[in-house]
Design a binder for this molecule. Structure first.
Ligand SMILES: *Cc1c(COP(=O)(O)O)cnc(C)c1O
Length: 442
């Protein structure tokens, strides 16, 4: 199985190259060259399969550089938590993707990627150093995902004073092979320094650097698993509609990829906050990226979603084709808060602000656009719940008037002492520190 670039100017590469390189040399994103199909046997028997079994069989279609045993072991280790489907009512279900260590769906991508990097890295004499800038959530998933993985060191840069308390605790208390650099600057400064490091040829001769950012194809593969696992858990004769709270659109792209390999599905809903370039595009045909706007569903504050290049590629840039599979809607913070309240009042269920955007979109679809995909009126709508509400207690609690209990795996990092190294907003300082810390290779 080869992977090609969405820009079409780079040569096809293996999964390991696509994963370890991240971005294709022509600046495009890697995407599978072909779409192998899930067998009829697999789909007929899917309701008896575990998330991990589905993970193995899906990965097998794309990853041919690991033998079955090793692939299976890595998937069992990476995806060591569940993704249950919860029923709100006849039509609406919630797929809970927050049962991993950092309570957000990014655990799927980060944990799978870390095991794949460790298993596929080319030079086993040297440590692989993952360098990443983070504004919060990605960094904690990466820190936890790579924690304790042999042969890999993680260095995270985050803007001092500009991440939430919980996020900072998650970033700075991992320990072991994870180091957090607290940068005296903004997220953009962190990102700029990381980019400088990757383009510094002499540094890259001395250190084996790799990125773990959201455009990596290794993060998308494991996100296909849970779409199929949702179908497996569904008790319905009608293929579902998936409603996906979206920012950078990696999650939604993974759903479209699952459809490509034969998952039965009626359609997708792109749910966004005020950062609404994709819903706008679906309506007007104009794709107009803008600077991101801050909202209470901050992990979706993306003004120029990078995975849009993959979505375009999947539909050959054809808007009409895309519209047959994707409907979109965007919501303000006030509407998001109302949705949190409504779900709590109607179903006695607490959702985080990102999931609330998804709920609101699903409800709007059912109220105003039902039948858009030509579906039966009994077609279930599955809302992807991307984070645990306890991560956003400060937003949720005033709305529902109750405390949100904090799960143990989050509570435990809140007690640990913060361990970070302060770093000036100065690339030369970062460069010196990286060499001093990692050059010996161990
Ligand atoms: C990252 C994130 C999203 C957005 O996912 P994309 O794949 O970037 O569209 C939504 N919700 C939460 C909680 C996230 O952390």
């Amino acid at each position: 199985m080869k992977f090609i670039s969405t820009n079409g100017k780079a040569k096809p590469v293996s999964f390991s190259t696509a994963a370890l390189q991240g971005l294709a040399p022509d600046g495009g994103l890697y995407i599978p060259k072909e779409w192998p199909q899930l067998s009829a046997d697999f789909l007929d028997g899917v309701c008896d399969k575990s998330l991990q079994q589905i993970g193995f069989e899906v990965s097998r279609l794309f990853v041919d550089e690991l033998d079955d045993k090793l692939l299976k072991k890595n998937i069992d280790e990476a995806i060591n938590f569940d993704a249950p489907l919860v029923e709100l009512d006849e039509r609406k279900k919630v797929l809970e993707l927050f049962h991993g260590p950092t309570l957000a769906f990014k655990d799927f991508g980060a944990r799978f990627m870390s095991r794949m990097f460790a298993a596929l890295r080319k030079d086993s004499n040297r440590d692989l150093i993952i360098l990443a800038a983070t504004s919060g959530d990605t960094g904690s998933a990466v820190a936890q995902g790579f924690l304790g993985v042999e042969g890999i060191k993680v260095c995270l840069l985050y803007p001092s004073g500009k991440v939430s308390h919980i996020q900072e605790q998650q970033l700075t208390t991992a320990g072991q092979n994870v180091t957090a650099l607290e940068v005296d600057g903004t997220f953009d400064d962190c990102q700029k320094m990381v980019k400088q490091a990757f383009s510094d040829a002499s540094l890259n001769e001395q250190l084996l650097l790799s990125s773990a950012n959201s455009i990596n194809i290794a993060r998308l593969l494991p996100q296909m698993f849970y779409y199929l696992y949702a179908v497996a858990q569904l008790d319905s004769d009608f293929p579902p509609i998936f409603c996906v709270p979206s920012g950078n659109f990696g999650n939604l792209t993974a759903g479209l990829m699952a459809q490509k390999i034969g998952m039965p599905v009626t359609g997708f809903i792109a749910a966004t906050n005020a950062n609404d370039v994709v819903p706008k595009y679906l309506q007007s045909g104009e794709f107009e990226p803008r600077a991101s706007q801050r909202t209470i569903s901050n992990a979706m504050d993306v003004g120029n979603p990078s995975n849009f290049a993959r979505i375009r590629h999947l539909f050959n840039g054809n808007l009409q084709q895309l519209q047959q599979h994707l409907w979109g809607a965007s919501f303000s913070d006030a509407q998001t808060r109302n949705a949190v309240r409504e779900v709590y009042q109607n179903y006695n269920y607490v959702v985080d602000p990102h999931t609330a955007v998804g709920y609101r979109a699903a409800q709007q679809y059912l109220d105003c656009a039902s039948g858009y995909f030509g579906e039966d009126t009994r077609t279930p709508v599955i809302i992807l719940s991307t984070a645990h509400p306890a991560k956003f207690g400060d937003v949720i609690e005033p709305v529902i008037g109750e405390q949100v209990p904090v799960p143990d795996r989050l509570a435990s990092c809140l007690d640990k002492p913060k361990q970070s190294i302060t770093m000036d907003n100065d690339y030369q300082k970062l460069r010196e520190w990286l060499l001093k810390t990692y050059e010996s290779g161990s």
